[in-house]
Design a protein around this ligand. Sequence first.
Ligand SMILES: CC(C)(COP(=O)(O)OP(=O)(O)OC[C@H]1O[C@@H](n2cnc3c(N)ncnc32)[C@H](O)[C@@H]1OP(=O)(O)O)[C@@H](O)C(=O)NCCC(=O)NCCS
Length: 430
Amino acid sequence: MGKENKTIGLLYNGGRVDLDLKEPSVGPDVVDLKNFSAQTGLYTFDPSYSSTASCESYITYVDGTAGVLSYRGYPIEQLAQESTYLEVSYLLYHGELPTRDQLDVFRLKVKQNMLLEESVIKLFDTFPENAHPMSMLITSVASLSSIYHHDINVREPEDREAFFFQVLGKVPILAATILNHINKKTVGSYDEKLNYSANILNLFFGGVPNFEVNPVFSKALDVLLILHADHEQNCSTSSVRLAGSSGTNPYAAMAAGIAALWGPLHGGANEAVVRMFNEIKSKDRISHFIEKAKDKNDPFRLMGFGHRVYKNYDPRAAFIRETCHEVLDELGQDNNPMLELALALEEIALHDQYFIDRNLYPNVDFYSGIIYQALGLPKEMFTVMFALARVVGWATHWCEMMANPGLRIGRPRQLYLGPKKRNYIPLDQR
Ligand SMILES: CC(C)(COP(=O)(O)OP(=O)(O)OC[C@H]1O[C@@H](n2cnc3c(N)ncnc32)[C@H](O)[C@@H]1OP(=O)(O)O)[C@@H](O)C(=O)NCCC(=O)NCCS
């Protein structure tokens, strides 16, 4: 391998192909395969993209071995401790931390978009009683494309920025409408005195007289939103990018991302974790479920454990566990049975050879559901909360991609294993 020349040589068919190595600002070099097929007539096979960098990006960096996550170079620990979700949103979108004035303008633009059109509100009347909140979120975000389409030019920076602020403003209102639809209650209103996260809680629960946002809860929510804001080219972000690469309406592309997030292997894990805790019920049953998780003939997996990229502790999980304690302390529930079960399960799994050998640690979803539950949210809303936080990541990635003049439609190839050419047999001869 000629790293000094920034190429890698591939011996094939008696010849040699030199492939360029691209150098990232941090992390391992990347083999440039853009012209590989044209050069060799071959395709590469990487069905779940374990070895594939699908794009260039300047937004978020993850080092799964070292347990590092940073947004625009700033470590997640510093941001979670010292920043706010809205400031982090500014950082993700603009690439730099804002001055106070810049943050005020940003906040105002988000606020101006915190309203829903009548046709979207009416949509909620059409959902069945037991519709899953994620289904309602996908549908309602997609429905925004029925309002915002004709005037959007995805190649115009102003139109992209308008989309960014629309989703940052509208998704909290959609989430509040979904929660109050299932709870059959009234959505609260925006309060100028409150920050973004406190306003979300006010929209969720403030439709009754004398509701006051608990600052410990809004701080906990803000930390959760920061930790979930972006995570480079994960399944949902890649879905937004792939759908968006065709030039489709951005709300439609975002709905594709939300759909991908819903799955239990991705954002849906936070709901699945609490279902799992409910199924395990008590500490004495943990070992039975650990055995099930290790049994290859049993589809059961330890939800909230393992990660495609993190092969060390997920840096977000440690923070969320801390935040969990703070929220439960505030509620006077320091002996919360679900947290006790979670801590015991983590302890047992971390000392089990199966989990040690495979580097399986708690991920971002392991403790978050306990917090959401303590905040008063039903488990079906947990993945909506993830989406609410990730909106900024999806929108920023979409904007970054659409701003690239060299953008081409995403179009993978395949390893075809179907029948070779054969001749059609008319129906009466089969
Ligand atoms: C996150 C996840 C999808 C990553 O998947 P992946 O990168 O494709 O990892 P793999 O499925 O190849 O797992 C590697 C090995 O660990 C095992 N493993 C991974 N996660 C596991 C879990 N949660 N419980 C039990 N075994 C697990 C796999 O069975 C596999 O074992 P093997 O090598 O003996 O075949 C996977 O860890 C998982 O399903 N976790 C639970 C769901 C979850 O919490 N998702 C949220 C992610 S933030």
